[in-house]
Design a protein around this ligand. Structure first.
Ligand code: ASP
Ligand code: MG
Length: 409
């Protein structure tokens, strides 16, 4: 018998008909040769709705209580899917994250999985049950309920697949797979049949919708992940270990695999900072302590012992970041802080770029020809990212999609 792990996202479970549809799909996967463990997100927008209610009670909800509250969304869908499976004559049992043996640290709201003990799931499977696990949650050593971060039912699915040594991990959602670019911005973007873990990690961290930690976990445990639609029978996109060396002659893949975009970018400039050892750490340490993640950082070469430090944060963290920076600016000898909150990121991603020159030049030229000003640039081995005005994001993504001939990818 092989074990198949399936995950269904919130939009695939938004109402009773959709829940019945999911149950049918789970039921048809479970047969004489396959045992199924499914994990589910909260129905539709229920996580957002729960956050909204909490915000009406208090401006700063206690993190432990917020996790108790948010975990209930997934418990609801989990129980309802089991009822729908039972209606179809299947034996099914729902398990909370804690019951499923998902142990975490106690970082409420963004807990890390520390251990997975699959005994209970195995026992239920051995008794002939389909097991439905509430996604996005776990439990600490001290039996406190935790959640794993927004969108982290994906992470539950990959962790279960790794822990159970599953044959496959299938993630079902409201889109047909991973696209070469956001189809809302680039109308001729198309679905990819496959993508490598590393490329997907860059795509997921830079805009394509999937929980980046789930990709990381898939990569570490080498769990192939199929992303596909819960609404039809399309073949989806397989995220797996792709070895460029394995490609046959004549099959050379386009070296740019995807264009990732992200809107939520704000820039802070700290002007005329005294250029001496330790300035970067005295700025970025307090930001890290305030749990603000800083992304692109640029330090200009200094003129007369002074330099400008520019970096980006999420727009939602801009206010907090600015107040931290204001506090340390004096210490840095800086008089002034500048802010731009209407920025976005556009990235080209592909493992093939690392050993071939010219991709950066082509990206910059394409943006220049389209009249788009580049505010900042950052790269990894397999990604080139430009920060541009958010209003230019669609134009930038389309132009790059054309320039790198991704129609034929
Ligand atoms: N329900 C949670 C969220 O909306 C987890 C998930 O959907 O994966 O973030
Ligand atoms: Mg969700």
């Amino acid at each position: 018998m092989s074990i198949i792990v399936q995950k269904y996202g919130g939009s695939s479970l938004a109402n009773p008909d959709l829940i019945r549809n999911v149950a049918k799909r789970i039921a048809s996967t479970s047969d004489d040769s396959n045992q199924v463990v499914a994990t589910v997100s909260a129905m539709g927008d229920s996580t957002d709705n729960l956050l909204d209610i909490a915000s009406k009670i208090t401006r700063l909800p206690n993190p432990r209580e917020l996790d108790v509250l948010l975990s209930t969304g997934e418990l609801q869908s989990c129980a309802l899917v089991c009822m729908a499976l039972q209606e179809l004559g299947k034996n099914a049992v729902s398990l909370s994250g804690a019951q499923a043996g998902i142990l975490t640290d106690s970082t409420f709201g963004n807990a890390k999985i520390s251990n997975l003990s699959t005994d209970r799931i195995q026992m239920e499977l051995n008794q002939g049950n389909i097991v439905v696990v509430a996604g996005f949650q776990g439990v600490t050593d001290g039996l406190d309920i935790t959640t794993l971060g927004r969108g982290a039912s994906d992470l539950t699915a990959v962790a279960l697949a790794a822990g159970l040594n599953a044959e496959r991990c299938e993630i079902y959602t409201d889109v047909e797979g991973i696209f070469t670019a956001d189809p809302r911005l680039v109308p001729n973007a198309h679905k990819m049949d496959e993508i490598g873990f590393e490329e997907m990690l860059e795509m997921a961290s830079y805009g394509a919708k999937m929980n980046p930690r789930s990709i990381e976990l898939g990569m570490v445990f080498n769990v192939p992940i199929l992303v596909s639609s819960s609404m039809n029978e399309t073949s989806g996109t397989l995220i797996h270990e792709v070895n460029n060396m394995d490609m046959k002659v004549g099959e050379i893949r386009n070296r740019v695999r995807g264009i990732a975009t992200e809107r939520d970018v704000a820039k802070i400039i700290v002007y005329s900072v005294v250029d001496r050892p330790g300035i970067a750490s005295s700025l970025f340490e307090p930001l890290a302590q305030a749990d603000i993640s800083v992304d692109v950082i640029v330090q200009n070469s200094s003129v007369e012992g002074k330099t400008d430090l520019t970096f980006t944060v999420k727009q939602s963290q801009l206010d907090r970041a600015t107040s931290v920076v204001k506090k340390v600016a004096d210490e840095l000898g800086s008089g002034q802080i500048g802010i731009d909150e209407n920025l976005g990121k556009v990235s080209v991603v592909g493992t093939g770029m690392q050993d071939s020159p010219g991709y950066a030049a082509k990206m910059f030229k394409t943006l220049a020809t389209s009249g788009i000003n580049i505010e900042m640039i950052t790269t990894s081995e397999i990604r080139i990212t430009c920060i541009v005005k958010v209003s230019d994001l669609g134009k930038a993504a389309s132009a790059l999609h054309d320039a790198f001939e991704m129609d034929f990818n």
